[in-house]
Design a protein around this ligand. Structure first.
Ligand SMILES: Cc1cc2nc3c(=O)[nH]c(=O)nc-3n(C[C@H](O)[C@H](O)[C@H](O)COP(=O)(O)O)c2cc1C
Length: 205
């Protein structure tokens, strides 16, 4: 029997009405079977995160995605609040904690700076892999597996509609492959980013 993974997308964008790319990506995956969108800013406009609701959602899914724009080389602040409150000792981490064990952590990230700027000799000096490493370190402490982020860079140059559509369609392919166990997770860990190596990491569609 074909097994599929349940995917939770924790979506964090504080200004959705101004979003072009995150909203376009989200629209392509929000009606997929097995995919739950959890809009953190919609649920918690006052940042009063319901810890048991969030823990319950994590427990009910196999893959936990955080999708957000890059804000000051990090996620928008509600994501930090989510980590601080939801990842409790004894539940997420600690010797006896097993709630997140063997689940997969994934980050979907959009950024204004382009790929060249995220290099040691580029304007931003550090790579996306370096800047996002605390997320994977956190996942590791919580006994989760993780892969390289799915990134869309260079938004500041203004992406034409057809390029946004291209990225959104690729995001859907990525999420469907994750759900259907067709993504090569070993390879997806080694490459710098999943979005630019999609054909290599997705099995037969
Ligand atoms: C407060 C703020 C901080 C930002 N910080 C960064 C940053 O550190 N690096 C970067 O490349 N882009 C940065 N950006 C640009 C956003 O990442 C970019 O506008 C966003 O990914 C576009 O996605 P959207 O169309 O869904 O809003 C920042 C934007 C804002 C508003």
């Amino acid at each position: 029997m074909k097994t599929t993974k349940k995917i939770l997308i924790n979506f964090a964008h504080p200004a959705k009405s101004k979003s072009k790319i995150n909203i376009a990506l989200r629209k392509m995956v929000e009606n997929l079977d097995g995919v739950t969108i959890n809009d953190l800013y919609d649920h918690y406009p006052d940042f009063m995160i319901d810890i048991s609701r969030e823990q319950g959602l994590c427990e009910a899914h196999d893959v936990i995605v955080f999708q957000h724009p890059f804000y000051w080389y990090q996620a928008p602040s509600i994501v930090k609040e989510w980590f601080d409150l939801v990842l409790e000792h004894g539940w997420a981490y600690g010797a006896m904690a097993t709630a997140l064990k063997d689940k997969l952590f994934v980050q979907t990230l959009t950024a204004g700076g382009d790929a060249a700027s995220y290099q040691a000799d580029g304007m931003n000096r550090y790579t996306i892999a370096e800047l996002t490493s605390p997320f994977r370190a956190t996942a590791n402490l919580c006994k989760m597996a993780s892969i390289s982020p799915f990134t869309i860079l260079g938004i500041h140059r203004g992406l034409p509609d057809e390029e946004i559509r291209f990225h959104a369609e690729n995001y859907r392919r990525f999420i469907v492959a994750l759900r259907d166990n067709r993504l090569n997770l070993d390879m997806a860990k080694e490459i710098p980013c999943c979005s630019t190596h999609l054909d290599a990491i997705i099995g037969k569609e």
